[in-house]
Design a protein around this ligand. Structure first.
Ligand code: NAG
Ligand code: NAG
Length: 424
């Protein structure tokens, strides 16, 4: 083979020494230069035809070069540690240049539910609507999503399952800088809101909560593990490993359960374990890696949110009556630009309790529509009414792009056409 290449090469060199070739080469160079000056403008316009601000990803290109995927020791599971992940990811990105650009805040959404049917069809109906809500958000913002409904690690069931799913998603998506885990029973209630990733440039993990409650009062309910952002980096792989080490699949489970009991006075679960990791990061790392977000509802408890939705809708309508641009009809694909317009008018809205800003995420913790193990504080009807209201509240933000609206947030089946220039 080597000889063959060599022979061919020699032939080519002989040919190149031919004088007519040199002349031809000169003509070609001139032609090329001509093309570079006049032709390229044409090409440039052609490639911009789709008017995308970011170049489209090349989904049909995977060079036949060795990457981490080729090593037999590489694995998707927590028990197969990956060394030098940051470097490996960087190499992969450099081999796939269409993904390299804008990869710094690329987010991949991961969610999931169990593999078996819900206890009743109503549960499955709500799971479908919860999922649709996330798909709507992804479509509007150009994000990708993975809905997993198998237990990747049978030794880590229930809420622990997300650790294995997030781990697998990280290595399956080296193009994503952030993984956003969101529980199946959490819905996005501000379709326009974009996560402010610029705030997190020095952090690797972001969860909603109150740092004082976690760090000082040692309250595991001072945060919620139902929605978190984790950077696709080496630190995060180690972090997931530590988190899993506290889980039921680990031989250290009992030991950790005792530690968690001592610190948080509560039996082990994924969230208590997470609270412990937050505490350790706070107390022991010189460079903090974890950010506890309270500036917006990266996760919000439905009980404090649902009753405010009606007023929030009215306040948003009020803004739109005074701003012609905001109520302008538009193609769904450019919705983000209207979100940016609105953002400027929400400066005084405040955040969290007492705010009239749309809550970003509303989490139906305790309602358990699928497995039916509802918190005894709530009734089935109470949960269902609240879920309908929040789902329709979110749906209204989507449906308006299709010309319709749920006038009554409690009525999921009925919509009316939106009149022109509504709500002027
Ligand atoms: C909604 O607004 C009305 C009128 O401003 C107010 O009386 C009411 O308390 C508000 N409801 C909630 C849940 O904030
Ligand atoms: C809204 O819909 C619910 C459920 O269909 C219904 O019970 C309620 O009366 C409706 N409210 C109004 C104001 O029409």
């Amino acid at each position: 083979m080597a000889e063959f290449v060599h022979a061919k090469w020699r032939k080519l060199t002989n040919f190149m020494l031919n004088l007519p070739f040199i002349f031809l080469a000169g003509v070609l160079t001139v032609l090329l230069l001509f093309w570079a000056f006049f032709g390229s403008t044409h090409i440039f316009l052609d490639s911009c035809k789709c008017y995308q601000s970011k170049p489209a990803f090349n989904l049909q290109f995977d060079p036949p070069v060795t990457t981490f995927y080729n090593y037999p020791s590489f694995g998707y599971t927590i028990d197969k540690p990956i060394k030098n992940w940051d470097q490996k990811r960087k190499t992969w990105l450099s081999l796939h240049p269409s993904f390299e650009q804008n990869s710094h805040d690329r987010v991949f959404i991961v969610t999931g539910s169990r593999s078996t049917p819900c206890k009743g069809p109503t549960g499955d109906h709500y799971l479908l609507r919860f999922y649709r809500n996330k798909v709507d958000y992804c479509r509007i913002h150009g994000y990708d999503i993975f809905y997993n409904n198998v237990l990747l690690d049978p030794s880590m069931p229930a809420c622990w399952a997300k650790i294995a799913t997030v781990r697998a998603a990280m290595v399956a998506h080296p193009e994503a800088e952030w993984i956003w885990w969101i529980d199946e029973d959490a819905i996005i209630t501000d379709m326009e809101y974009k996560i402010p990733f610029h705030k997190y440039k020095d952090y690797n993990f972001v969860v909603h909560g109150w740092s004082k409650l976690v760090y000082e009062k040692k309250r595991w309910l001072g945060l919620n593990a139902g929605s978190f952002l984790i950077r696709n980096c080496e630190w995060s792989l180690d972090f997931l490993e530590s988190w899993a080490d506290m889980g039921p699949g680990s031989q250290n489970y009992e030991k950790w359960a005792q530690v968690l009991m001592d610190v948080f006075k509560y039996e082990s679960n994924d969230q208590v374990a997470l609270a412990y990791l937050l505490l350790k990061d706070h107390e022991e790392s010189l460079e903090k890696n974890i950010f506890i977000e309270k500036g917006y509802y990266l996760e919000g408890y439905w009980v404090t949110i649902v009753d405010t939705l009606k007023n929030v809708s009215e306040k948003y309508l009020e803004i739109e009556t005074t701003d012609r641009l905001l109520r302008r009809r538009h193609a769904e694909i450019v919705s983000e630009s209207y979100g940016m317009l609105r953002e400027a008018l929400l400066k005084d809205a405040g955040n969290e309790v007492g705010t009239w800003r749309r809550p970003f995420v509303t989490h139906f913790a305790g309602c358990q529509p699928c497995n039916g193990k509802r918190n005894p504080l709530f009734t089935g009807k109470g949960c269902m009414d609240a879920m309908n209201k929040a789902l329709n509240f979110a749906d209204n933000q989507v449906l308006r792009n299709y010309g319709f609206v749920h006038r009554n947030l409690s009525d999921s089946s009925v919509v009316s056409p939106l009149p022109f220039d509504c709500p002027a």
